[in-house]
Structures are given as structure tokens and as C-alpha cells.
Write a protein that binds this ligand. Sequence first.
Ligand SMILES: NC(=O)c1ccc[n+]([C@@H]2O[C@H](COP(=O)([O-])OP(=O)(O)OC[C@H]3O[C@@H](n4cnc5c(N)ncnc54)[C@H](O)[C@@H]3O)[C@@H](O)[C@H]2O)c1
Length: 390
Amino acid sequence: MKPLHTLRAGVIGTGFIGPVHIEALKRLGVQVTAICGSTRSATACAEKWGIPEVYGDYDYQAMYRSPNVDVVHITSPNKAHVEQSLAALKAGKHVVCEKPLGMNSRETAKVAAAVAKKGSPVFAVNYMCRFFPAVLQMRAMVARGDLGQIIHVQGHFFQDWLLMQTDYNWRLLASEGGKLRAIGDIGTHWIDAVSFILGSKADRVFAHVETFHKTRLRPRGEVQTFAKIDPNTMVPYKVDTEDFGTVLLRFGKSAHGFSNGVHANASVSQVAAGWKCSLYLGIYGTKGSVQWDLQQPNEIRLGRRDEPNQVLQRGTAGFSEDVVGFTDYPGGHPEGFPDSHKMHYRAIYQHIASGGQSPKLFATADDGHHEVRLCEAVLKSSRAKKWVAV
Ligand SMILES: NC(=O)c1ccc[n+]([C@@H]2O[C@H](COP(=O)([O-])OP(=O)(O)OC[C@H]3O[C@@H](n4cnc5c(N)ncnc54)[C@H](O)[C@@H]3O)[C@@H](O)[C@H]2O)c1
């Protein structure tokens, strides 16, 4: 396998998550050779990180013509993902695209079809929660039958950064982020992680979504994610995306025998005061349960009925050999959100460098397309008040 530093990345988008990709790539030794965004922010980003090629005016096509880019990271807002993905594949570049894969399944089907063609470059969607060692550990435990037959899954994804009427981001507008916001933006991380752990996809949903702030206030221009804005400069607008929702899911047949047809329920909210980024899940089986929260990512709580409960810690004997390749620091030296990106890109770049020989654990274009179809089923179910097939 070629060493990872022989691969060269170009990043599109310089907001909140673009630099997270850049930092993770640099920690892996991958060369970041190009950056694309608005002329001002791309130039500033290039100066900060020492990136040699700058493509301003959002001119991603010019970046795709560079012979110095092997892998493109698409970290632009949702509505640009499909167009930029299709063009990258056409230019023969491997792609790491941020979630969601696109605004609707009609568009994302085109990406899935392009990737399905023989000889297509590698394509991954950034559902990086799969690469927290705890998530890999829970997946291994379910597959080995450590928890027995899985009965049900429960959890939430809660944040509070959109709690106030004056909190603003492009995600609040259906035209910019897609018709589902809380479920589409963070709920799909929960669903993808559970799907990865169970080894099966959700095939039916029953959902209810709600908008608490029917009218919000926004600044006149665009702002970066998590930016603070002066409320006196804001104007009112009608909100057409949900603040929170609840989803019941039925997962289908699993690749291994312990988690077929599992039922799950999740609450998702971006207006839950006190929660910053809590992806919490509990997997309940006939022999025991596991519980995990992204805000305490280095620990899993193992529950038994007739034995004492335990806390399993990353980097110790509590985590099995299976996850060794996905953690770099010893126990007691916490790893978290930036490390999950690093482990995710390592797996993708190893897959590229090995000519497709290493396992494809990352979310594919098909997985990204499925999440978008699932969001459409959630919306349909919430409106019709009944179960909907995905
Ligand atoms: N995987 C994760 O955990 C995670 C976390 C945050 C965001 N995201 C995803 O990343 C994407 C970006 O989110 P963000 O929070 O960084 O947003 P952001 O608003 O902070 O940044 C978006 C950046 O894209 C630039 N941009 C706007 N239009 C563009 C275009 N047409 N071409 C290129 N660049 C363009 C903006 O100037 C800005 O720099 C979204 O799709 C979001 O869902 C994923």
C-alpha cells in the first residue's frame, strides 16, 4: 500500500467543518494542496494552513483541473453537494462529501448511479461517527453476539445552538439545507451510526416533526456556523424546517444473525437547552446492553441484569482488538470529535492507497442516498401520521 502522504487533497469550503477536514488530513500526513471558497476566505485559509493552490470565487471546476489533487473534500453547504460531487467524479477525483449527500433523492440517485459505474473513483459520505472507537466496539459486540439477540435501540441527538429566536444559520432555510433540518442535519448521524452498529438499514419509519419558532430573526447577509450576531441588525422570516422531532424506525435484515428487524426510537432536537452535541444511544439485547454518548466518547456503559454493570474504556482491556487500528492514544488520553474525522479519513485514504483492498467501513454514496430517502420518508410520515416504507 502506498503511504498516505503520497495522496493529495483539495478542500471545498472554509467554514466550520472545512478546517476540521484540513486539520485531520494534516494529522494523517496527507498533503492538502488546494483550497476553494470565497476569494477572501480561501486566501486566508491557505495562509493559515500553508495550502499552495487557492481557488477563489467558489471556482471548484478550476480546482478539479489541477493535476495536484487526488481527493476532493466537499464541505460546502448542502445544496452544492450533488453538483460538486458529480463534477468531481467526472474529473476522475476521489470524493469525501459532507452529509447530507444532497437536497433530495432524485439528485442523490444520480451520484449513487455515477459511483456504481465500473472503475469509478472512491466515494465516501462524511458520516464519521462510525469511526469513534466506541461505535466500532459496539458494532463488534453486536456482531459477535455479546449482547445476545438485539431487542430494541433507543436514543437522542440533542443540541441547543438554535434555541433562541435570534440564532441563525443557512440550515434553517429549506431552500439552503433541505426540507428536514434537525433530522437531516444531525438525526441522520444517529440513524447512520445505529445502522452501522446493527449491520442493517432502516426500512420503515413513523415520525413526528415540529417547529417551535414559527418565525425567527436573521441577519441581512450570510454568517458562518456558530457565529455570534448583533440582534439589532436582524429581520423576521417564516421558518420552514423543524426544530425537533421523534422517529420510530424498523431496521431490516442484518448481515449477521443477532440484529434482524430491530425497532428503534430517537428524539432529535436543536433547541434542547444544555445539550451541545449529545448523540446518545442504547442498544438492548437478551444478554445485556450498551450505552454511549458522543459527549463522553471514550466510555461505553455495559449493562447486565444479573451481574454488576461495567464501564468499558477506550485504550484498555475493555475495548477489543477489533478497534485497535482506529485509535492512536493510550487509555486515559481522551480522543474525540477531531479524532473521529481523522480515523474516518485514514480508512478512506487507506482504501484508495490499497486499490480498494482495505475494508469499506465508511458510508458510501448508496448509504448517503439512503439517508436522504429516509428523510423524505420521515417528512411523509409526519404529514400523513402513519408508517412509511423507505
Ligand atoms: N460531519 C459533521 O459532523 C459535520 C459537522 C458540521 C457540518 N457538516 C456539513 O458540512 C457542510 C458545511 O457545514 P458548515 O457548518 O461548515 O457550514 P458553514 O456555513 O460554516 O461553512 C460553509 C462554507 O462553504 C462556503 N460556500 C458557500 N457556498 C459554496 C459553494 N457553492 N461552493 C463552495 N463553498 C461554498 C461558505 O463560504 C463557507 O465557507 C454541511 O453540509 C454540513 O451538513 C458536517
